[in-house]
Design a binder for this molecule. Structure first.
Ligand code: ADP
Ligand code: MG
Length: 619
């Protein structure tokens, strides 16, 4: 039978170090947190060889008196909590009393400190857990912690250290996170004698974001601030044009602490749904301030993860604040379209804000006495409702390839585009009509140049938003069938449909069980009247039967609205009459975000005249 024995302190400390100190960046995080807890307003970080050789953090905080130095590096010794109840009202970043002891166990640590009310400072050196005698030393107010030769006595950990560059990447990120959380504190980071960051204190967090993440992101920020009696959410999110291929630029802070929280990241993704392409992630710098009693920070050794008492409420507040902010914000910005066949500098801009003015103008040109009345999507036909006819489309032939005679002999059929050809008579500006090409795209002249619109994506967006408004206000137009139609389904499909009857009724779909695997459809959305009840149901079932995780009713509803909008919209490949083209364009301003389809793809690309001029070597 094995015998049980108490482990020596040094082994306990090494085990603790194994949990908390994974790499040099972990040391930096712990020491920075200590400096912030000490009320420092300036913190300087100096490292050598990615932190493997040296990490020195100097602060101007409250300091530690000589007689407390030994306690500071003792395990489970802290000035931040005194009893178990305190664990539920932690106001500081640290509280476990383990960091200095752990670090001192696995490195050569020199702790030097002087509180403001002491004439002289004192220093304590600990080598691999072995204390040297405390010595008096002259030093400024505050604390300096020097960590040399990290992992020198834990060869396995030492072996796992990566290249200087990799370790420096992690270490810089650790500094970044705390510097973003505390813009009022001056931070500096020096590596190998080179100053990497010098971040003066600022009242405007955007200055800090600009310094650390670049001015492009900083300029695209949308401010968020919402508060209820217990939770305050504030900070910034970036315009959807500044998305990332991973979620690393999603900075969430809880009471000054950087955290990762899958649920809040999900809320963020939801808020941007339809604004970003699949696989793109929003950028954010958001702070949550919550009474410490409402959150447990003692669930993870490095406190990266926390447990909220009422996670659902925070989820809703985050999602709700962002959604309402987006509704009142013009989210359009220029962005280049990757893969577009243009010179690298020749950006194709996404649709611009002027376009909605253009279509207001277009509407006036149509001489409709009540411009708003005719263009609300009424549904019912599955076609774009006819709009007042306009002048026949002016078709312009593009200049023929070299070899053909130009100008063509038959001037009547082949007219030079009056806008492109500078010598031609200027056309009336911003002709409201558009040219449909390849039964897919609508080409429109606008103030800036030329716009190419994806007919399906635009129509889908308009229908989706209109549907969403109607579903939310409970005013969806549903078409009742004179004779309810039985639809035969597979057993699992019938079960999915009947389980979600409530949800389907919100979408205007009325279903009842009819025995066995048959369901009766007695009504479905007017918008889908071109489809049979069977087709409609089949489409919706795809959304209802998701693999794995059960989506929330809200997600499901959204998914189904996407499907309906997609089904009801004109297709890629549908030929449209000029009237239909005009009707579609005239409805464009009805969509809050007519720049992206509900899946986040752009609905239009703008080629500015300047770009065209450049490409044709006219400038
Ligand atoms: P914790 O931060 O969880 O309390 P640490 O091991 O990190 O544990 O630090 C132990 C104690 O040493 C702290 O509670 C604090 O009183 C003191 N201390 C550590 N670093 C500093 C510092 N930079 N300035 C002032 N006091 C410090
Ligand atoms: Mg600490």
């Amino acid at each position: 039978m094995p015998s049980i024995c108490q482990l020596p302190t040094s082994v306990i400390n090494k085990i603790a170090a194994g949990e908390v100190i994974e790499r040099p960046a972990s040391v930096v995080k712990e020491l920075l947190e200590n400096s912030l807890d000490a009320g420092a307003t300036r913190i300087d970080v100096v490292v050598e060889k990615g932190g493997a050789d040296l990490i020195r953090i100097t602060d101007n905080g409250c300091g530690i008196s000589a007689d407390q130095l030994t306690l500071a590096v003792a395990s489970h010794a802290t000035s931040k909590i005194a009893d178990a109840d305190d664990l539920f009202r932690v106001h500081t970043l640290g509280f476990r009393g383990e960091a200095l002891a752990s670090i001192a166990e696995i490195s050569r640590l020199l702790l030097r400190s002087r509180p403001a009310d002491c004439e002289a400072g004192a220093e304590l050196e600990v080598v691999g857990g072995r204390h040297e005698p405390i010595r008096p030393v002259g030093c400024p107010t505050g604390t300096s912690v020097e960590v040399r030769q990290l992992f020198f006595n834990t060869p396995v950990r030492h072996k796992y250290m990566r290249t200087t560059q990799t370790e420096m990447g992690h270490l810089t990120e650790a500094v970044c996170r705390l510097a973003l959380a505390h813009p009022c504190v001056h931070f500096s980071l020096t590596h190998g004698g080179r100053l990497i960051h010098d971040l003066p204190p600022t009242d405007d967090p955007r200055d800090r974001i600009a310094a650390l993440c670049g001015s492009q992101i900083a300029e695209s920020l949308i401010a968020i601030d919402s508060e209820d009696d217990q939770i305050r959410l504030h900070g910034y999110v970036a315009n959807p044009t500044h998305s990332r291929g991973n979620n690393r630029m999603q900075y969430l802070f809880l009471n000054g602490r950087h955290i990762r929280d899958r649920s809040l990241q999900h809320a963020l993704g939801e808020a941007y749904r339809g604004l970003l392409l699949t696989g793109r992630y929003p950028v954010c710098f958001l702070h949550l301030e919550i009474a410490p009693e409402l959150v447990d920070v003692n669930v993870h050794p490095t406190k990266l993860e926390v447990r909220f008492q009422d996670g659902g409420r925070i989820y809703s507040q985050l999602l709700g604040s962002l959604r309402s902010k987006f509704l009142s914000t013009d989210l359009v910005a220029r962005g280049s379209v990757p893969g577009a066949a243009t010179d690298s500098e020749d950006e194709i801009a996404a649709a611009t804000p002027q376009t909605s003015e253009l279509f207001d103008w277009a509407k006036r040109q149509l001489n409709d006495p009540k411009p708003e009345s005719g263009n609300t999507w009424s549904g019912g036909t599955g076609q774009i409702p006819p709009y007042r006819p306009v002048e026949p489309l002016q078709m312009h032939t593009v200049a023929p390839p070299t070899g053909a005679t130009f100008p063509p002999a038959d001037g009547a059929t082949n007219r030079v585009d009056p806008v492109v050809g500078e010598s031609a008579t200027p056309a009336p500006h911003f002709a409201p009509s558009a040219l449909q090409i390849h039964n897919r795209y609508l080409v429109v002249e606008n103030e800036e140049g030329l716009e190419v619109i994806d007919q399906h994506a635009l129509h889908e967006r308009i229908l989706y938003e209109s549907l969403r408004d109607k579903v939310l206000s409970g005013s969806i137009e549903s078409q009742r069938l004179l004779v309810p139609e039985p639809v035969d389904l597979a057993a699992s499909e019938a079960a999915a449909v009947l389980e979600n009857r409530e949800l389907l009724s919100q979408l205007g779909v009325a279903v009842e069980p009819f025995g066995g695997e048959t369901v009766l459809v007695s009504a479905y959305p007017a918008m889908l009247s071109n489809f049979s009840p069977h087709e409609v149901l089949q489409g919706l079932i795809e959304g209802l039967q998701t693999e794995g995780k059960q989506p929330s009713p809200r997600d499901l509803l959204d998914e189904l609205m996407h499907m309906i909008a997609c089904k009801a919209a004109v297709k890629y490949g549908d030929s449209l009459t000029p009237e239909e083209v005009d009707a579609l364009l005239a409805q464009r301003h009805l969509a809050q975000d007519h720049h992206h389809c509900p899946h986040g793809r752009p609905t239009a690309l703008v080629f500015t005249r300047e770009q065209l001029d450049r490409q044709f070597k006219r400038v």
